[in-house]
Ligand binder design. Structure first.
Ligand code: FES
Length: 163
């Protein structure tokens, strides 16, 4: 006769045996590990891309701009300048330390509030610590007749859009 304890048998069908309990714990652990592995695997395999807004801005119809005007769009940090010869776009970001500049209509200049750089309406520096003029940005008319500006594409040659 052996001294082995008798296996416990549940009194009712709702009670689980020790073996059933450990099976459920084991299956649950494997499921949690599999979910964690799947989550890390998905994160590892998904592209590490930074989604940024397009640098191309629709500046609207040319008629929206008064003759001989300088219009700042603070959202996109561009100036749309309308002259008698045509349109052009300037970056409104100061070339010193990157502050947003402002047009002073009473003085007819663009001024930086941070360290006092001043620029003409065509971006040429008048005074201040800014090392370069405000860059001209590529501008064109799209098929709908809207002025389009590419903020990511500074141009060296001053090109006017004639309407
Ligand atoms: S950031 Fe414009 S002058 Fe310094």
């Amino acid at each position: 006769m052996s001294d082995d304890p008798k296996p416990t048998v549940p009194d009712s069908p709702e009670e689980m045996t020790r073996r059933q309990f450990f099976i459920k714990v084991g299956v649950g652990s494997v499921a949690v590990a599999a979910l964690g592995t799947a989550a890390f695997g998905y994160q590892y395999l998904s592209p590490n891309v930074l989604y940024e807004p397009s640098p191309v801005v629709d500046a609207g119809k040319p008629d929206h701009y008064a003759p001989d005007s300088v219009t700042l769009d603070p959202q996109t940090a561009i100036y749309v300048v309308r002259t008698a010869e045509g349109f052009f776009a300037l970056s409104a970001i100061c070339t010193h330390l990157g502050c947003l500049t402002a047009y002073k209509p009473d003085l007819g200049i663009i001024a930086c509030p941070c360290h006092g750089s001043k620029f003409k309406k065509d971006g040429v520096k008048i005074e201040g610590p800014a090392p370069r003029p405000l860059p001209w940005l590529r501008m064109w008319l799209n098929d709908d007749g809207n002025l389009m500006v590419d903020r990511g594409n500074a141009i060296a040659i001053k090109q006017l859009v004639r309407v």
